[in-house]
Structures are given as C-alpha cells and as structure tokens.
Design a protein around this ligand. Sequence first.
Ligand code: MN
Ligand code: MN
Length: 466
Amino acid sequence: MERKNAWLSYDAKQKKALTTLGEEYRKFLSLGKTERECVDLAVEEAQKAGYISLEEARAKGKLKAGDKVYATIMGKSMALFTIGKEPLEKGMNILGAHIDSPRLDLKQNPLYEDTDQVLLDTHYYGGIKKYQWVALPLALHGVVAKKDGSVVKVCIGEDPADPVVGITDLLPHLAGNQMNKPAGKIVEGEDLNVLIGSEKVAEDKPKKAGEDSKASVLKNIKDILKEQYNIEEEDFISAEIEVVPAGPARDFGLDRSMIMGYGHDDRICAYTSLVAMLNVKKPQRTSCCLLVDKEEIGSVGATGMHSLFFENTVAEIMALCGEGSDLALRRALAASRMLSSDVSAAFDPNYPGVNEKKNTAYMGRGLVFNKYTGSRGKGGSNDCSAEYMAYVRRVMDEAGVFWQTAELGKVDEGGGGTIAYIAGNYGMNVVDAGIAVLSMHAPWELASKADIYEAVKGYEAFLKAE
Ligand code: MN
Ligand code: MN
C-alpha cells in the first residue's frame, strides 16, 4: 500500500515543465500575500484566458457551452465557471481552495508611541505559534478605505528598496524567565506589537525662548503615513492591513526540489486549481473553481465558504444558461462533485511521533486525499463516501497522477478542518485533496515542486471527467 515517490518517474521534459510551473507559482505566492491580492492576480489571469465578469455576462444576457465567467465578492473571494456541454442541472466539477492565510492584522486603533518607539498593535488571524513571528522581517499589505470612498492599496516591505518592519524578541541573556514558560506563553498575543519607527522630531517651535520644544517619534511617523501613503491616523479605523513575512518565495534545497514561501496554506492549492481551471477549455460538465476567504477562522462571513455567495452565483449562471428554476439549482448543487483542496501535514522526520506512518502524507508522493479530517473521533469531518473515493481513485489512475491518502496526524494527536463539509451540505460528493506541506502555519512553509506538478495534473483530470 506504500505510495510511490513521483520524482523517480520524471523524464527531462517533465522536469522542465515542473520547474517552469514552480517558477510561476513562486511569482504568484510572492505577489499574493493577502486574499485581496490573490483575487486580483486570479482575475488578471482569468481575463487573459478569456473569462468575463458576471456583470459582463449579465449584460450579454446569455451563456452557452464553452463560455467562461468569473464572479468576485468584496474583492476577497472568487468563483470561476467554464460552461460545460451538459446542462448544469446534471452537476458541476468543482475545485475549491482558500486564499486567506494565518497572519497578524492591525487593530482598528493600532498606532502608539512608547518610550521613543512607535508601534502598531495587532490581533493575530488564524492558528499561529506566536513565538514564530518575532525577530523576522515583516511587510504591511492591505487597503485603507477613506471616507470619500477611495481605497488606498498598501504594500510596504516587498520592494528591495522598501523598509521592513517587525516584532522584537528578548535577548537570551535576559530570557531566563521567558524560556521557562510554556511555548504558548513565551510570546503572548497582546505583545505582538510591530515596531515601525524611532526617529524623534520636534513637534513645534518652543513657546518661550530657552524652553525645549515638544518632541515625538509619532509625529514623524504620522507625517510619513500622510505624505508617502496618504493615510491619516483615523483611516486605520476603516483599513484592513495584514502583517506578513517580508520577501519573495524561494527555491529551497540544494536540489531546488522544494519551495519555501509564506501562505502555501492554501495558496498552493488555490494556484494549482486556478492553473487547472484555465487549462481545461471545453469540459463536458461545467467546471467551477472556488477561491474563498476566511477558512482559517471558520469559513465565516460574507466571503467565507458558509456565505451564500457560491450558491447565489450558481443561480445567476444557471439563469443565464436558461436553467433558471430553483429546483434546477438544487439539483445542480446536489449532483456536483468537488475536490476540497487544502494542504496536508507532510511527514517530518524531526517530529515522527505525531503521525501514524501508514496513513500520513509524504512530500513528493503527489496529491493527498483525506477521506476525512476532523479531530477526536473525526469530529467536524466531512468523511466522504467510499463510492466517491473509488471514483476519485479511478480518475487519478486513468490520468497517471501520483496520489496518496492521509490523515492529519495520528488518532487523538490533534486535527483540523477544511471547507469540505460546507459543500457537503448541498448533498454533493466532496473529498479533501491537497498538497503536503512542512512547517504548516509557520511564517515560511515548505512544499515539493513534484506535488505542485501532480496537483495540477490531478485537478485537470478531475475537471475533465465526465
Ligand atoms: Mn488550509
Ligand atoms: Mn490552515
């Protein structure tokens, strides 16, 4: 039952294709560090590939087989469709992945000065080990929405000429007490304050001769924010600025077999799903690719998988295809098949104890299928049906895709969830399928180029299946 390592099978041509794909993915990952940036990049790629927006499709008034449409919501989630030859009522082939990643978000009132330093207060997003976010270069990505309706995009710390920001850590010499704390307490959430300035400037001229003028670091930082980024302090109230690791994704390993980057979870599945989606031109069944927000905090809100955005968009698409009834919509959703694509924990020889070796994902062995996720007795899991697993095995084997099956850790070691169970609510067949990642949820995660290559192959085969 041991699954084969994909690297052994590659000829020179495949290795070249895999390297090119890896380079393209590195670019995507380096530019797409927030859900908004990922949507922007995906829209750009989709438009290049001939996709039109839902608004444009509505203006046209009709959709037919082969047509390509995308819809977005609040710039943070996206759905792409390629209309199939069969009516939608017969079901779609859906790829779903999430584009939000763990990070630190600025609070609404973040800016303050303490002892000649100016800092930004944060509230972390998703499951992080807080101690990993100190003493490394960080960047600020996001938007500031102004009262006049304009939106300022912010990206500071990525251009090599940019400054970076960051969170300080205690020197070992004085960390005796800190090092005796449990790891969850070494650095506490409230202490994740981002240092952004230290130059003190005079605030105004002294009122009387011989008196010192008032001086602060904050004044200078506020001036910089205003002059360079058109941001007033009060604008932080209506901003979404994410503090993320600064710098590009890199080739990893002397053999360059891996990629290190911020946000593999889950942009690695989002990117490979998107590539597959754009590669499949005239499918029999309607193809759909969902790139959703808020998975890391429970798929909540208007832009998470629990939102009606997906269902509403399918209703719009079906109406434009002349299948406008509610019953047809219900049937389409129930008859659909989905790969809920999210990263898996790759086996790590440094920490073998958390896995059960037979049911673990390994880097380089291809796309990972998790029949179930969850924790403590499969709690919260989708647990797809045996029949659907058999179907997926057949599709993958017929396309020569390297794939493996896994659980997230050994029984009662921990666990996690994905968007699978939410799509499952429609009565559709859905299984978790993703890429194995090392150091998941750390500022810099690792994945294998072979697995990225196999994922695109697998996702394409799934979309093409009749
Ligand atoms: Mn994930
Ligand atoms: Mn995650």
